[in-house]
Design a protein around this ligand. Structure first.
Ligand code: MN
Length: 192
């Protein structure tokens, strides 16, 4: 929720993520890219009619520049929150859901990485739950978030080049594979 009509910067609960995401990348990604989205959103909010809504509602109800900035604030808040230097493993409950809908955890990870690697240009790959609780993987361009499709977003990997270029250069697939080591599954499951 906005405080006094403004959204605050989502917290960054670590300085670096082992050798998976460097402090330098996080400095630019959180400190510069995300900060710009938050600042832009806060400039657009006053008198928009959306200034007292939760962020996910702003994303659902906005378009154009407001949508792009609100979407990127929500997407990055979820992205940074889901990683940890001491991540919790997948619970038996979550493992059972992934096996039910993808065959195995490994098959899920492979499809998720493949959809992240093949998204052309900038965007996000998401794991979400649909209204019946079925887990689905979607590719979303630019600032899109699965909430606009009526889905409940659970996990996301940012495939904009700013997320990985300093650490992985053009090797997007290597970045995606490495991220599994820092996903905190307790955070992901809490979103269910
Ligand atoms: Mn990003």
């Amino acid at each position: 929720m906005p405080v006094n009509g403004l959204f605050e910067m989502p917290a960054l609960p670590y300085e670096a993520l082992g050798n998976i995401i460097s402090k330098e990348t996080l400095g630019f990604h959180h400190g510069k890219h995300l900060k710009a989205y938050v600042d832009n959103l806060n400039k657009l909010l006053p008198d928009s009619g959306l200034e007292n809504l939760p962020l996910s509602e702003v994303v659902r109800k906005s378009e154009g520049g407001m949508f792009n900035n609100a979407g990127q604030v929500l997407n990055h808040a979820m992205y940074f929150e889901q990683f940890s230097n001491s991540p919790k493993p997948i619970s038996d409950k979550m493992k059972a859901l992934l096996e039910r809908d993808f065959g195995s955890v490994e098959a899920f990870k492979k499809e998720f990485e493949q959809k992240g690697a093949t998204l052309f240009g900038s965007g996000w790959v998401w794991l979400s739950a649909d209204k019946d609780g079925k887990l689905v993987i979607t590719q979303q361009k630019n600032a899109e978030n699965p909430v606009t499709m009526g889905l409940t977003p659970l996990l996301t990997f940012d495939v904009w080049e700013h997320a990985y270029y300093l650490d992985y250069q053009n090797r997007r697939a290597d970045y995606l594979t490495a991220l599994w080591q820092i996903v905190d599954w307790a955070v992901v499951e809490n979103r269910l």
